[in-house]
Ligand binder design. Structure first.
Ligand code: ADP
Ligand code: MG
Length: 630
């Protein structure tokens, strides 16, 4: 019976999702009137009207739309179409809440917020307003107009304040609670890019008020995040509206990050100087210390920069925003604290000085470029030693290492970067149109052609091999990599269960010493060795083990059962034990970036032709238009 039940549910869900949410409803003329009268909106953007209609049909709804896409309108219009009743909006961002409350009030709509930063008096005032909704509406136009229609609260309020929840229950009992909205809903899921414990408590919303529709909002969510949210918030059948995540104007490149900080600066400055003199951008660093050092370095190279991180106080933050918007500063060198509330549309580049901690973070951070719909460059500087800088910080999170390794795979892979991002978010594939380094790079040999076969448009006929391919394709052979792997895995097998432990760097150093004694062995420096070790971590042949000292957490390389197995097969002379991408990727990754590595001129100038090319695929055109309007 249970399976029959779930089959029925699945059927209803399918049926609902096929329902045409943009057709005419009894409320359609009210929707149009209110959107125009209050918000000056005559034309809805994609999925807005559909979402509004689903909410007005009392459905639980899930809306995934890029930042600036217009998610707020989707709950503001339905609330006003209902002539009375309260919409509760849960949001973690106090600054954005107060903006919205101000806008709504200026339109004569009753709106308020309750946060930890509001004063006691303010909160008491809001509580009084809430009390007016504890009984049936007294009627009369004046009472209706004075009523509280939108209440913005932080997730802690829902989780922790009994007083608040009991008031909300009374509002519900009086049939005055119309809609519940959870903004930044990806915070519910450990698979999202900024998990927050407080969000777990929001389960209480549907438990207490099952008949009230819930709207979940976010800019990015993988299918996994959507499922996780639906489960946690108990809205399993919510109707999902999702914009395609493709950003056709963003060029993605991963380049090998040099070892020495000075060389890294040189590469970054070289890159930035190839861009237009006024082009503004962001450099994301892992630590506050890095951000400050990189900022000083760029300034010393005559690139006006400012740093931004969590230790800056409000006034300093404002100043950085201001200098950057006005063009006094070209580059903000920042930790991930810099993000929320960036309103700059013409960000021409985002550089990741260190790889981000997950693909979701990467999409979010790189996505701050090119909101004006013009081409923008997303450059990620990758070196294997940065992987362990992250792993020691995230290994205790449930999804920490999984997501980090997914990000590392993105850096290692020799396939279309865009396709990888798009498939991560579960969207339909699109043509890259040569807008990533892999698709742009001229195919040098057959193995590469195979690697980039998934990319439909491989740019051919480039003058020079780029992206670290310049040194010829015969340096590292498959055989040498396999022999090297045997040597490495043997070394790790030998110390297994003993006191001896190798960090990534020690492991590479010891291994290189052993290789030095072998004839015809894998050539390459410590970086090449580290790359291969990381590749084997991604394959599950080696794993990181973590241990604490009083001062730090260390990561050690340990052979796994899978690795022991692979070693035996390799020793028996079996071929194909190492996947081809392991053997192929090493060389590209090991040649540190230089000024020749970038495609700045082609990408920034090819704008018209590449967007025309991208436009040939229907999904692409849609996404292009969408971002032009943002
Ligand atoms: P999000 O929450 O998705 O980041 P907002 O709801 O804050 O975005 O909306 C961003 C901006 O877009 C707002 O200034 C809003 O007024 C505007 N906007 C929303 N929908 C439309 C529309 N259909 N047409 C024109 N402007 C719109
Ligand atoms: Mg918003």
């Amino acid at each position: 019976r249970a399976s029959k039940q779930s089959a029925l549910e699945a059927y209803i869900k399918r049926k609902r999702s096929k329902c045409d949410w943009s057709s005419e409803y009894a409320w359609s003329s009210d929707v149009r009137r209110i959107a125009d009268e209050y918000f000056g909106v005559r034309e809805f953007r994609r999925n807005q009207l559909e979402c509004i209609n689903a909410i007005l049909s009392n459905e639980d709804t899930f809306l995934i739309m890029p930042t600036g896409g217009g998610k707020s309108l989707c709950f503001q219009v339905p609330t006003l179409v209902w002539s009375s009743g309260l919409t509760l909006v849960v949001s973690p961002l106090i600054a954005l809440m107060s903006d919205q409350v101000m806008i709504l009030r200026s339109l004569g709509i009753g709106a308020a917020m309750m946060t930890s930063s509001s004063s006691k008096e303010e909160n008491n005032q809001v509580r009084d307003w809430m009390k007016t909704l504890h009984g049936p509406s007294k009627g009369g136009q004046a009472a209706l107009e004075a009523a509280l229609r939108f209440l913005y609260v932080t997730p802690e309020r829902v989780a922790k304040s009994k007083l608040f929840m009991s008031s909300l229950e009374k509002i519900h009992a009086a049939k005055n609670l119309s809609l519940m909205v959870v903004d930044e809903v990806h915070c519910v899921s450990q698979w999202g890019h900024s998990f927050r414990q407080d969000y777990q408590h929001l389960i209480i919303l549907k438990r207490q008020f099952p008949s009230v529709p819930l709207l979940a909002l976010t800019a990015t969510a993988t299918p996994q995040v959507v499922q996780d949210v639906q489960k946690t918030l108990e809205v399993p059948n919510s109707i999902v509206f999702k914009s395609h995540c493709n950003r056709p104007h963003l060029f993605y490149q991963v380049a090998a990050k040099p070892k020495q900080p000075d060389d890294v600066l040189q590469v970054m400055a070289g890159f930035i100087k190839q861009l237009d003199k006024t082009a503004a951008g962001i450099v994301y660093c892992l630590s506050k210390k890095d951000a400050q050092a990189v900022c000083a370095g760029l300034n010393a190279k005559d690139i006006p920069s400012a740093f931004y991180h969590a230790d800056l106080d409000g006034a300093d933050r404002q100043q950085v925003h201001h200098q950057w918007s006005s063009g006094a500063v070209r580059v903000v060198v920042a930790t991930i604290a810099f993000g929320m509330g960036i309103h700059k549309d013409d960000v021409r580049f985002v550089i990741h000085h260190t790889l981000p901690k997950s693909p979701d973070n990467y999409y979010q951070e790189s996505g701050r470029a090119g909101r004006d719909g013009r081409p923008a460059y997303c450059l990620l500087l990758y070196r294997p030693s940065d992987v362990v800088r992250h792993s020691v910080m995230v290994f205790h999170e449930t999804t920490g290492l999984d997501l980090l390794y997914k990000m590392v795979s993105f850096c290692h892979a020799q396939e279309c970067r865009r396709s990888m991002i798009i498939s991560h978010f579960g969207d339909e594939g699109v043509a890259c149109g040569g807008m990533c380094d892999v698709c742009k790079r001229p195919a040098c040999d057959s193995s590469e052609a195979a690697a980039s076969a998934s990319a439909s448009a491989v740019a051919k006929g480039g003058k020079k091999a780029k992206g670290g391919r310049g040194k010829g394709g015969e340096g590292i052979t498959v055989g040498a990599v396999e022999d090297g792997a045997v040597c490495l895995l043997e070394m790790l097998a030998k110390v297994q269960g003993t006191e001896t432990k190798y960090t990534l760097l020690q492991c590479a150093t010891e291994w290189k010493k052993l290789l030095g004694k072998q004839k015809g062995a894998l050539k390459g420096d410590i970086d090449t060795c580290q790359h291969l070790i990381v590749s084997l971590i991604l394959e599950g042949f080696i794993k990181e083990e973590f241990s604490h000292t009083p001062y730090s957490t260390n990561s050690y390389c340990v052979i796994t059962r899978r690795g022991t197995n692979a070693l035996q097969r390799l020793q028996n002379g079996q071929r194909g034990v190492l996947p081809s991408h392991v053997t192929q990727g090493i060389e590209a990754l090991s040649t540190a970036a230089d000024t020749d590595t970038f495609f700045v001129h082609e990408v920034m100038q090819e704008s018209s032709s590449s967007s025309a090319a991208a436009g040939s695929a229907p999904t692409d055109r849609r996404a292009t238009q969408e971002f032009k309007t943002l």
